[in-house]
Design a protein around this ligand. Sequence first.
Ligand code: MCN
Length: 771
Amino acid sequence: MATASIPKFMGAQIKRREDPALMKGEGRFVSDIYPVGVLQMIVVRSTVGHGKINSIDTSEAAAMDGVHAVWTSDDLKKVFDKPMQLRVELGDLFDTAQSTERYLLTSDEVLFVGDPVAVVIADSLEIGVAAAELVDVDIDDLPAAIGIEEALKDGASIACTSYTSNEACRVKKDIGDVDAVFESAHTVVDVRIDNQRLIPSAIEPRAVVAEVDGDNLTLYTTTQMPHLVKADIVELFDIEADKLRVVAPDVGGGFGAKANVYPEEVLSLVMARALNKPVRWVASRQEDNVATVHGRAEVNYVSFAANENGRILGAKFTVVADCGGRYTRMTPLIPLLAMWMATGTYDIQVLRYEVIGAFTNTTPIEAYRGAGRPEAAMVIERAIDELAAKLEMDPVALRRANFIAPESFPYSTPSGMTYDSGEYAKALDKALELADYEALRKRQATQRTAGGKLLGIGVASYVEICGFGPHEYGSVKVEDNGDITVLTGSSPHGQGHITTWSQIAAETLQVPIEKITVKHGDTDVIPDGVGTFGSRSAPVGGVAIFNNSLAVVERASKVAGHLLEAAAEDIVLEDGNFHVQGVPDRAVSWEQVIEAAKSADLPEGVDGSLHSQDPYNVAGETFPFGTHICVVEIDPDTGVLEIVRYISVDDCGPVINPMIVDGQVHGGLVQGISQALFEGAIYDDGGNLLTGTFVDYAMPRAHMLPNFETSRTVTPSPNNPMGIKGIGEAATIGSTPAVVNAAIDAVRHLGVTNIDMPLTPERVWSAIHGS
Ligand code: MCN
C-alpha cells in the first residue's frame, strides 16, 4: 500500500501557523470587536497617590448629550457591592498578614494614582472622555507611603488609614542551624539588590467588550486565563456557569500582567447588565501604565556562609516586597516564589528565609515574566560573584564547586521544592565553550593594561520553577472528514500554541499538519481550562494534547486491528497508516479507520469514538535551567555600557519547535537585559508615576541590543511523559544577573562591588568615579 510521507514534526523548525493572519492584519483583538449599539466605558481614576474622597460631582458629566451613565461607587452599590477575590490563603502562607479589599470603584480613600473612582458610559469615546473630564472628584491629599523599605520604617506615612501599619505580610523560617553555620563560617558575604519596579508594557493594552442577552453574558477580554476570569466572575455574580461566556480572542502579549482578574472586566458586565447594552473599554497606554499591575519592586538580601574552598554551607534570604496600595488577585504569592527558589542551582541545605510585604501608595504589584524567580536568580547570582571575589576564586569555579550534582536528582531544596532533573555543569560548560571564556579573560587583562574601554564578563547559572498545576484541559478529536480538532485550555498571547500543539498532534497521529485546527480562548468552546502563565503551557497543556493524541491513536488502532483481523497491540501507526507489526503491506489508512469507526457493528471493546479529552493532572513541577554569559565593554570616561556578546544556553528538556523556543528566549533576554540596563518605574514622594508614558519609561528597542548567541542542552523532566520543561520565562531569569555581573566584573578592580539597576551611564560613571 502506498504511504503518505509524514514529516517529523516534533523538534521541527516550523514557521508559526498563527503568523500569516496576524501579519496581514487579520488578527481579531478585543478592540476590533464592535457589537451593534456598543457604548464606550471610560474609567475616572485618582490623580493623587493617596487621598480622602470628599465628594464626586457627576451632574455636569451626566447632563451631556450622548452620556448614558456616570456612576460612582454609591450608584454601583445599588446593583453590585462585592470586593474582588484574593486567591492566596494568607493564613496558610504567612505568620502575620493584613487583608485588603478591592472594589470595582473606590469609595472613600484612594490608594494610588489610577485607582478607579467613577465610570462613564457614553455613545462614543470622544463624548465619554469629555464627560469624564467633567466629573468633579474632590480629594484631600493624604501623605503617601513611597519606597519599599522606607514605608516599613517607624514614622512612615501609612498607605491606607484602615491598615495598622504598612507591613502587609510576613513569614520567617529556619531550616537547619543557620546561626551556628554563619558563626563558624570561614567567609560570609552579604548582598543587597534593589530589584526595581517594572511596567509590563504588553503591546496591546488591556481591553474588554461586555455583551448581555437576557440572562446570558459574554465578556471579550485581553486575558491570559479566560476560564479563571469566568470562574471568578461567576462567583462574584452568583450565577450559573453557563450564563457567562468569556472569550480571549487574539491577545497582544501579557507578560503575566494579564494573568489577573481586573475591575474593568467585572465593571463592564455590571454596566452592560444595568443598561442592557453592550459596553466596551480600551485602556490608553497611559491608563494601562497605572491601571495594570506592575512587576518586581522588591529589595532582596542574601548572605552566604562559606568555607575556605568556597563551598557554601548556609544561606539567609530576605525578600522585602512592595505590594502597592492593595493586593490584586495573587500579590502576596509573588515574593514567596522568590523564596521557594532561594538556593538556586546550588547544593545548600541550611537556609533562613524571610518574606516581608509592604504597602505603598503605588500601582499594585503582581506577576511579571518570571514573577519571583528573576528576583531570586538576581540576588543569588550576584552573591556568588561577590563570594568569589572575596575568596579570590574564579566565579565559574565557585559555581561549579556548589552545583547540585546530576546524580542528586530528584533534589529536595530546604525551601521545600523538589527539583526534577538538572545538569547545571553541562549548560555552564557549553556556555563557556561558546564564549571561549579563557580567551575572554585574557582579552580582559590586555584591555585593562592598554587603557580605554573596560571589558567585563558576567556569568549567571539559573534554575526556575514552571509547569504549575493543578491541570490543563486538552481535547483531540478526529472529525468524520479526517480533519483533527484540538481544543486547549491554555490561552496563548504570543507563545505560538497553535503551532506547537499542532506539531504534537500531527506527530502523534501521523497526519499532515494542515489537517489540524487548534482552538483556544473561548469558554463556550473549551469546556475547561486554567490558562497560560508560569511557563506552564508546554509541560501541562502540551502534555494534555500529547496524551489525548496517544489515546486517540490507541482507539484507532483497535478499529484498525478489527479491520486487519489482528490484535490492537500488534498494530503500528507508521507514515500515516496502520499496519500489522512487521507486515507493512497489511495496512489500512486513517480514512478506512474513520469509515469503519462510524459503523455500528464494531466488536465488543472497540470504541468507535476517535475523541479523547482527559485533562492532564500535574505530577510535579518542572525546573528549567541554564547558564548565560554576557560580555560588556564600559567606557570609563562616559559610563556607557555596551553588550558586545551575549551567550545563552538554556535547558527546557526536549524542544517541540526550536524556532519558537528561540523566539521565547530572545524575548526573555530582551526583558531581562532591559531591566538591567534601561527600565524602571519611578514615583515621586506624592505617589505620582513619573514614568507613565513611553517618553519617560525606557522601553528596549532593537538597536539597543546585541545579536544573541543561543544554544541548548537537553535534560528531560521525569515529571511528564514528554519530558518537557517550560521556556517562556527562562531567559528573563538568567539574563539580568549575567548583565550586572558583567558590569561589576568590568570595574571591580576599581573597587566597585555594586551598581543599582538600571545601569544607566550616569550610575556606572558615578560608581567608577565615586570609587
Ligand atoms: N516550547 C517548546 N518546547 C519546549 C518548551 C516550550 O517548543 N520544551 C514552546 C511551547 O510549545 C510554546 C512556547 O514554547 O509554544 C512557550 O511555552 P511555555 O514555556 O510552556 O510557556 P507558556 O506558553 O505557558 O507561556 C507563558 C510564558 C510566560 S509565563 C510569559 S510571562 C510570557 C511568555 O510565556 N509572556 C509572553 N512568553 C511570551 N511571549 C510573548 N510573545 N508574549 C508574552 O506576553
